[in-house]
Design a protein around this ligand. Structure first.
Ligand code: DX5
Ligand code: ZN
Length: 570
């Protein structure tokens, strides 16, 4: 069998696994992380060739490359130097052209040459364009705007040989804007996935932000105002470089990742759980389930995923991507966070749980069956005539379903109503609502958000499944939602962003919310649609289609491999 790789975080549980592999005599090879150098590139945003040449002269003694911003007043609301100014540039320095234009192919063909062309992924409409643009002579890199999901870059890096990306840390158009910290999650994701990728950051870079950007994993720092407005250009370049190096060093010491080669575990697992015991909640209700062993919780979410596959395969319809993506959230809620009693679903003291995006109910049903609300065999009746497990949850049919759902955007309002009752009647129970990012296209969600804040519903926790997709494609393409954190904060909510597959983080965020009495909490759970199924992750067509025979087998094999990672059930 060909050996394959798993990437293990050498912290917490990951370290135990690494040591465990070694101790069990398995051949373990560790590799030292790649050495990352830092480069500062002055960004030139000017309107005439004369200014361009003057700027190049100013920085030429201090750098080996410059970045030229080109705008068309269409893709961005500003105009810069036109094509004429870009030919016959001074030699002895290399160039990267940052094309903030609607139709880059058309522009590139007029300035052929060996420079790097950084083209916005938002302006690419078919993959073949990359090859066509390469034919003009230069290297092609891809730029990405702050609201665009980083996953949009992956197919180009994986399949089209893209070696350089430009992460915009401002919305493009002007220099002198404020660095958007949130883009660092993109840098981190890219660096983790593609260790050799050239990651450039552009916008708001100065000696402070360059340290953070490099610490996140960026290795090229493009800066305009911090260089050209400085008293001494060489000093400012050096300052940005030095702090970039400090960031790089921090990144390297933080990078406690090692690559382990081992035969027999062919699944890439990027984030193993931390083996931490969680404190028991003091307000445990009658029959409440409190599993505090994180490994057991991961085994449960794996069982939930396996049952989702089996149910959808049997039903020949349903929604797998969102159900898979939420399995860790469901496991954390039903086996640790919620006070509930499967043997007495109408126990008055129970926490109320509302699933707003009802179409992911296979995940909820599988979780409820694990918890003992009904026999697991019943799962196979999903979507069948007369079944209690309909394609969207029905309160009157299945005890334990708190609210029927299906029409999107309504669950948060229902949850607000419940939380209001609990608050007015001074009840101790809390309300949890899982909703999706796509649902945020509905105005009703925002009305509910306003109301929850008006009534200071500290007993309400919403968990948004931020998986970036909806039925028609990527959420940021259909109706851009970002910046979501800021929006919810502006609406008066307490906001916590987490990795929605890290059960420890899910539980901690829910516990943290308990300490906020005067605001509702929105937990933005970043998840992967189709999580753990190799052919399903991030593929929008799996939003609402069931796996066929062969696909179900592959999916279950994938999940079995994942399960091995967590060891035995006991
Ligand atoms: C923004 C441009 C940037 C900009 C950087 O649209 O792509 O290159 O000029 O300017 P500062 O460094 O001032 O944010
Ligand atoms: Zn630029």
């Amino acid at each position: 069998m060909a050996s394959s790789e798993i990437s293990i975080t050498m912290q917490g549980f990951g370290r135990f696994i690494y040591e465990g592999l070694k101790a069990s005599g398995i051949h373990v090879v560790t590799r030292v992380p790649i050495q990352m150098d830092v480069e500062v590139i002055p960004a030139i945003l000017v309107k005439s060739r004369k200014e361009l040449l003057a700027h190049i002269e100013k920085v030429k003694p201090s750098v080996t490359a410059v970045h030229i911003d080109i705008m068309d007043n269409d893709f961005v609301p500003n105009n810069t130097i036109g094509l004429d100014g870009l030919t016959d540039l001074p030699s002895g320095i290399s160039y990267e052209f940052h094309w903030m234009v609607k139709d880059p192919e058309n522009w590139l063909l007029k300035v052929p040459g060996k420079h790097i062309n950084l083209v916005h992924v938002e302006t690419i409409y078919e993959r073949k364009q990359i090859e066509r643009m390469r034919a003009f002579g230069g290297k092609i890199g891809l730029a990405i705007n702050p609201p665009t999901p980083v996953e949009k870059l992956y197919p180009y890096i994986n399949d089209e040989g893209i070696e350089q990306v430009l992460i915009m840390a401002v919305n493009p158009g002007f220099s002198g804007q404020k660095y958007i910290v949130e883009v660092e999650s993109k840098i981190r994701a890219l660096r983790e996935k593609f260790p050799k990728l050239q990651i450039e950051v552009d916008g708001g870079i100065n000696p402070e932000t360059s340290e953070r950007a490099s610490e996140a994993g960026a290795n090229i720092l493009a800066a305009s105002s911090a260089i050209f407005m400085a008293e001494s250009i060489p000093d400012s370049i050096k300052n940005i470089y030095d702090s970039g190096i400090r960031g790089r060093d921090k990144w390297q010491t933080c990078l406690l990742e090692k690559t382990v080669t081992e035969s027999g575990i062919p699944k890439l697992i990027t984030e193993p759980p931390k083996q931490t015991l969680l404190p028991l909640s003091p307000s445990v209700g009658v029959g409440a389930i409190k599993i505090t062993d994180i490994k057991k919780l991961y085994l449960l979410s794996n069982s939930i995923r396996q049952n989702i596959v089996k149910m959808l395969h049997e039903a020949k319809s349903g929604h797998p991507a969102g159900s898979m993506g939420l399995a860790d959230v469901f496991a954390a809620l039903y086996f640790n966070v919620l006070n509930h009693d499967p043997k007495n679903p109408i126990w008055e003291g129970r926490d109320r749980f509302v699933l707003s995006n009802g179409h992911v109910c296979p995940g909820l049903y599988a979780t409820m069956a694990e918890a003992g609300y009904f026999p697991k065999e019943e799962l196979m009746t999903l979507r069948k005539l007369g079944s209690r497990l309909q394609g969207h949850p029905h309160r009157e049919s299945l005890p334990g379903i708190e609210s029927s759902s299906g029409p999107l955007g309504q669950g948060l309002s229902i949850a607000v109503g419940m939380a209001l009752v609990a608050k007015r009647e001074k009840k101790g129970w809390r309300v949890y609502c899982v909703c999706s990012d796509g649902e945020h296209n509905e105005g009703q969600i925002w009305e509910a958000a306003l109301l929850a804040s008006k009534f200071k519903l500290g007993n309400l926790v919403a968990i948004m499944d931020r998986n970036l997709i909806q039925i028609d494609g990527f959420t940021e393409d259909v109706l851009p939602l970002e910046p979501l954190e800021e929006k919810y904060r502006a609406f008066g909510w307490n906001v916590i962003s987490i990795d929605g597959h890290n059960i420890q983080q899910i539980i901690s965020a829910c516990n943290e919310a308990k300490a906020v009495f005067d605001k509702p909490t929105m937990i933005i759970a970043h998840t992967i649609p189709g999580k753990d199924i190799s052919f399903m992750e991030f593929i929008t067509e799996w939003h609402g289609k069931s796996p066929g025979d062969k696909e179900a087998i592959t999916a279950l094999e994938d999940l079995e491999q994942e399960r091995k990672f967590y060891g035995n059930e006991t």
